[in-house]
Design a protein around this ligand. Structure first.
Ligand code: KIV
Ligand code: ZN
Length: 529
């Protein structure tokens, strides 16, 4: 009898807070990023890329705060994820990343990247191959002077000539990189070709077996998950991915898809991850609420329809034996079907305990405020679900940093009435009230908010989604607003959709005010793909 070969571990490197957050309109404030990071830790990802510290003070703060909370006092937190900060191959970037990662102790990773493809060398960098190699060696060594764990990415590797890719990777390995990440930056690769690239590196780079190969695939052709899986088949042992596959353009490899593919088809891959898959659905909902990016209904694993069997023939088969049409159980990804949690008569203690389970450890004052918001919601809505509680917390977090808060909203509308809104906002101790007419009740409310704040934006997108089921469900509105110098996404929720829209718009205005630099300077943000 032959013993079954032990499964190899695939490292799950989550970049929701870095590459995912670069998705237009997905930016999160610090409290939201911390909440997502805590949930990623509960999901048991191996590494959290928390930001690009040189890019903006907000990114620096995020990496620093996540490192402080999740990776500090590492000895006590053996199971906690490592925290990673991104840097270009520029010494100032690396210094800033190291500074942000200081609290992470030995759980900090610096990720340096430099483009290597001919297109990038000639048009973007205007750098000769020899200069690229020299810069990579210098940067990896510099990062190494701060942390043991250094990752190097040859940006646009998938379009880089193999001989040069081997040369660059060899130089990075020799300089001490512990992880080599191979990005398909523009989502151009196809699975066979991408797998062959990994096999080529495994064959030609000396000492490659001593480092971990990651892959980082973008989804422009819808192939990010397939490319990642094929790379794994050819020797990669780390996947860089984001929750719900969010990211620039068509997004990044989706964490939930790759993890569930490895788990569901372990007969094929014989590999495992340490992800606690039962936390997947909750993480997906949290990221969707924190970013305002709704998940499409038919999205694999986490879409509302992912486990819904409509066709009669399927339902019949499922009743006879669920494996006829079901390859994964909803409970494996944390969809229990019994998420009804609290009601009007639940006390503070039960509420606080349940919030803790959801990852919100509330201090006394926060607990009081959130409990009041919960009771107010329970008065308007019979059943309260986990998603409602996350929405309450989202509103609370927004209010904690808000310049303007919504105190009062009244709209008059109808098919023979000019839609009119009266709004009262509070700024510090000052209360301001005004009224305006509009094309509809939402338009009237937004115009009134603009009159009071003196800030006008162009509404690019307005989308509404029910947070939970039922006619009394909370409506979650996500809006995208162009303020001329920046585009911002905001969210708001309420059982009243006009109020949800007004809250979302006000949230954008508040974010716009906080993001504005003093003296009206344009906010600049460096980008990595
Ligand atoms: O897509 C990409 O190339 C990146 C690198 C910074 C790894 O995000
Ligand atoms: Zn990327």
């Amino acid at each position: 009898m032959s013993a079954k070969k032990k499964k190899d571990h695939v490292v799950i490197f989550d970049t929701t807070l870095r590459d995912g957050e670069q998705c237009p309109g997905a930016s999160m404030v610090l409290a939201e990023k911390l909440q997502v990071a805590r949930q990623l830790a509960r999901l048991r990802v191996d590494i959290i890329e928390a930001g690009f510290p040189i890019a903006s003070p907000g990114d620096f703060e995020a990496v620093h705060a996540v490192a402080t909370e999740l990776a500090g006092t590492a000895a006590k937190r053996r199971r906690s994820p490592s925290i990673c900060g991104l840097a270009r191959c520029v010494s100032g970037d690396i210094d800033r990343a190291a500074e942000a990662l200081e609290p992470a102790d030995h759980k900090g990773r610096i990720h340096v990247f430099l483009a290597t493809s001919a297109i990038h060398r000639e048009h973007k960098l205007k750098m000769a191959k020899s200069k690229i190699i020299e810069t990579v060696v210098k940067s990896v060594s510099h990062a190494k002077s701060y942390v043991e764990d250094v990752q190097f990415s040859p940006e646009d590797a998938a379009r880089t000539e193999h001989p040069f890719l081997v040369e660059v990777v060899q130089a990075a390995v020799d300089a001490g990189a512990t992880t080599i990440n191979i990005p398909d930056t523009v989502g151009y690769a196809v699975p066979e070709e991408f797998g062959a690239c990994i096999a080529h590196l495994k064959e030609h780079v000396k000492g490659i077996d001593k480092v971990v190969i990651h892959v980082h695939c973008h989804n422009d052709l819808g192939l990010a998950v397939s490319n990642s899986l094929n790379a794994i088949c050819h020797g990669a042992r780390g996947v860089e991915c984001t929750i719900n596959g969010i990211g620039e353009r068509a997004g990044n490899c989706s964490l939930e898809e790759v993890v569930m593919a490895l788990r569901t088809r372990s007969d094929f891959f014989n590999l495992d991850t340490q992800v606690k898959t039962e936390e997947i659905f909750r993480t997906s909902r949290l990221v969707s609420q924190m970013t305002g990016l709704h998940v499409q209904r038919n999205k694999a694993i986490v879409g509302a329809n992912a486990f819904a069997h409509e066709a009669g023939i399927h339902q019949d088969g499922m009743l006879k034996d669920r494996t006829t049409y079901e390859i994964m159980r909803p409970e494996d990804v944390g969809i229990s079907g019994t998420e009804l949690v609290l009601g009007k008569h639940s006390g503070r203690h039960a509420f606080g305990d349940h919030m803790k389970k959801l990852g919100f450890d509330l201090a006394d004052q926060q607990l009081e405020k959130s409990y009041d918001a919960f009771i107010a919601l329970a008065d308007r809505k019979k059943h309260i679900y986990d998603d409602d509680l996350v929405a309450i917390m989202q509103n609370q977090m927004d209010m904690a940093t808000a310049v303007y808060t919504l105190e009062y909203l009244h709209v008059a509308t109808g098919n023979s009435t000019v839609p009119t809104a009266t709004v009262r906002l509070k700024k510090g101790d000052e209360e301001m009230q005004d009224a305006a007419c509009g094309d509809g009740p939402v338009d009237a409310a937004l115009k009134t908010i603009e009159r009071i704040t003196g800030i006008q934006g162009k509404l690019l997108d307005f989308s509404l989604q029910a947070v939970t089921r039922g006619k009394d469900a909370l409506g979650e509105v996500s809006v995208q607003v162009d303020f001329g110098d920046q585009t911002i996404t905001g969210k708001g929720s309420s059982t009243d959709i006009v109020e949800a829209g007004a809250r979302a718009y006000l949230n954008c205005i508040n974010r716009h005010i906080s993001a504005r630099k003093p003296k009206g300077k344009k906010k600049t943000r460096r980008k990595a793909s």
